[in-house]
Design a protein around this ligand. Structure first.
Ligand code: ADP
Ligand code: GLC
Length: 496
């Protein structure tokens, strides 16, 4: 475990990292991983980073017996009183949990009930998270710790910079990171009062968005600095198509916006030590990877064979991930030839379509609907090829895991996929930079052509090995990106 204590020297910048998900206690996607791992890297780099998260049942359970650090009896508006619990993550990062059972003690995930319906009081659930973030940032009696920077993440914490702005009192600087611009936290205008925002906040240059209130817009409008999770995506979101309605505002704020690529936990995702694999390996022992393919085929009920490659997908099943393209070409998988394993959950229509696919093509396609961390690791190791045809992908962690696991990815050229995957053309192969396959057009034909190229290359064992090793060599740890966040924090603190 990295030594995270260096973050607590007297001169360390203090950063409160406010977020709606935190692995392993509450995870629906990459946001939870970033929340669990970036603060670790920040602390190693000398930043006193602490996390603020809602006390969902899993968080409460993990923090059982934790100290009550503060009590907020009147957060304002329609917010109920809360306790702030103080504990630490498994990696040793201090965490404050917003304990408010009426809003957070429920099953399901942070955003939806078990049937996939949005919680009807999401504005209050995440309004409260934002409110407590802003109060804690300005200094809460009992907390004995006041940050220099409030680092907010995605729409769930987007109101916090607005609260700081309208409080008018001296307050720390804020950073707002956009992990997923497709989710915006838009609520009816009449929630303004319950959220304890002043009527003047409801303006074009405030939180108003087409007659409604947008948490995402609030974050973009009022944070001192904006980031997103890859350089390419920082450009994309200033455009019409991938700006999701925020392109104009983001262009106005372009000087405050940077793209910083995510890293990941290279101890947890390491094929040489991964306990979820049946055989561990590194770039010098790639033959050992094959045992994981066999184990995966057995585990998901596919015929055990090495005559054709096994394509792997681990994903939230949402429109964003472009998996409808994969469904559209699925009947050609026999002709490639290849097998396919899909692990995912989310959109009920996509779940049904993938389940139907597996039923009709049992010999070639296996589909597991659900969230399964252990199986996700086995797929990264046991598949030959990883598929990510995303419509947009702010960063993407799975393609980076697959590079590390010697499982070259086939990706669409967007966001972090474009920044991490180098297409296997002759020049890139010769220069040792090729590590996967990239296609551009958002069509089934383009995906199929890329898969065709990939399968043909897989048959050339020498080239394939080279491609695998190129991917495995890259450094996707947080080190470099954590440094970039540190620089950003320092610039903001100096400018304050
Ligand atoms: P996003 O955040 O858009 O979902 P990322 O690629 O950044 O995409 O991160 C996804 C994370 O969630 C990865 O850690 C991935 O392994 C994990 N994940 C997604 N779906 C599942 C699933 N069904 N089972 C296990 N892990 C999953
Ligand atoms: C988002 C994005 C994904 C990114 C993750 C963590 O949910 O969809 O691309 O990797 O957040 O930043």
């Amino acid at each position: 475990m990295p030594d995270t204590r260096s973050g607590e020297r007297a001169d360390s910048p203090r950063v409160l990292f406010a977020v709606a998900e935190l692995a392993p206690w509450m995870k629906t996607g990459g946001l939870a991983e970033v929340a669990a791992t970036l603060p670790v890297a920040l602390r190693v780099a000398g930043v006193d980073a602490r996390i603020l998260v809602p006390a969902y049942p899993g968080v409460r359970e993990a923090l059982r017996g934790a100290r009550v650090a503060a009590e907020v009896t009147q957060p304002g508006g329609a917010y109920p009183p809360v306790l702030l619990l103080a504990g630490a993550t498994p990696a040793g990062v201090p965490v404050f949990a917003v304990d408010c059972p009426t809003l957070y003690a429920r099953g399901g995930d942070p955003y939806c009930d078990a049937a996939g319906r949005d919680w009807p009081d999401n504005h209050l659930r995440f309004g409260l998270l934002s409110k407590i973030a802003a109060l804690a940032a300005a200094g809460l009696p009992g907390l004995e710790w006041v940050p220099h920077i409030l680092h907010c993440n995605d729409w769930h914490t987007g109101l916090a910079p607005a609260y700081l702005h309208f409080a008018g009192t001296p307050h720390p600087r804020s950073v707002f990171t956009i992990h997923n611009i497709g989710y915006q936290g838009i609520f009816p205008r009449d929630t303004l009062e319950a959220l304890a925002l002043p009527p003047r906040a409801f303006a074009m240059d405030g939180v108003e968005y087409h007659g409604k209130l947008s948490f995402l817009k609030a974050g973009i409008q009022y944070a001192d600095a904006l980031t997103t999770v890859s350089p390419t995506h920082a450009r994309e979101i200033q455009g019409e198509q991938l700006g999701f309605g925020m392109g104009g505002l983001l262009r106005e704020r372009a000087a405050a916006l940077t793209g910083i690529l995510n890293g990941f936990d290279t101890e947890q995702w390491n094929p040489a030590t991964d306990m979820h694999l049946v055989q561990r390996y590194d770039s010098g022992t790639l033959e050992a990877k094959a045992a994981n393919k066999t184990a995966l085929q057995r585990r998901v009920g596919l015929p055990v064979t090495d005559d054709m490659p096994l394509l792997g997908v681990v994903s939230r099943l949402t429109h964003q991930k472009g998996l409808d393209l994969l469904l559209a070409v699925a009947r050609k998988i026999r002709e490639l030839p290849a097998q396919l394993v899909v692990l995912g959950s989310g959109d009920k229509a996509l779940e049904r379509q993938f389940t139907a696919l597996a039923r009709t093509r049992r010999d070639r396609c296996a589909v597991i609907i659900g969230f399964d961390e252990a199986l996700a690791h086995l797929i990264e190791a046991g598949a030959d090829i990883f598929v990510m045809p995303s419509r947009y992908e702010p960063c993407g962690l799975n393609q980076m895991y697959s590079l590390r696991y010697g499982t070259p990815p086939v990706v669409r050229a967007t966001g972090g996929l474009a920044d991490t995957v180098v297409d296997c053309d002759e020049t890139a192969l010769a220069s040792g930079t090729a590590n996967g396959f990239v296609f551009t057009e958002r069509t089934p034909q383009a995906l199929l052509a890329a898969l065709g190229r990939t399968v043909a290359t897989w048959r050339d064992r020498t080239r394939w090995r080279q491609l695998q090793r190129n991917g495995m060599r890259a450094d996707f740890s947080w080190r470099a990106s954590a440094q970039r966040y540190c620089e950003l924090y320092r610039t903001l603190v100096v400018a304050a």
